[in-house]
Design a protein around this ligand. Structure first.
Ligand SMILES: [Zn+2]
Length: 149
């Protein structure tokens, strides 16, 4: 059984995406339009972008939504997202998580635990952005400038 990608994406991210409209045709973006997500480092000041890509079901225009963080590293954000995804899956099937192979964090274990606990209680992405110390809000970037069929 194949699950759509939105099953493996944090809820706050989905909420942010479905709250947006296609820049090209102004249709409401739905969670099935999500085609990818990732984390990348931007520049040399340690800024990290979490991005989610979607393709409008109406006109196929592809775009990317970025969330920026100044305080957490790529590894930390990956870890947090993986943790959140695992938590999401655990609601479907009980499963214990082995923390042994996760990337080394700049945070202490106690800090990470506290951070994750806080993270798991978040209801929306504004709270998430506040938590990770984001200094600018969502920016959208077009990744597909081809004319529509
Ligand atoms: Zn569209």
């Amino acid at each position: 059984m194949k699950y759509h990608l939105h099953h493996s994406i944090p809820n706050w991210m989905i909420k942010a995406v479905v709250a947006t409209n296609c820049r090209e045709c102004d249709q409401s973006i739905i969670k099935d339009d999500i085609v990818g997500m990732g984390v990348k480092e931007v520049g040399k000041e340690g800024k990290v972008n979490i991005f989610v890509e979607y393709q409008c079901h109406g006109c196929k225009h592809a775009a990317r939504m970025n969330f920026s963080s100044q305080t957490a590293s790529v590894e930390e954000i990956c870890y947090l997202i993986i943790d959140e995804v695992q938590k999401k899956w655990r609601t479907q099937k009980a499963q214990s998580v082995d923390n042994g192979n996760l990337p080394k964090s700049k945070m202490t274990a106690a800090e990470t635990k506290k951070f994750i606990k806080k993270m798991n209680s978040l209801e929306n992405f504004d709270d998430f952005l506040k938590l990770i110390g984001a200094n600018n809000l969502v920016e959208k970037e077009d990744i597909n400038d081809q004319p529509h069929p």
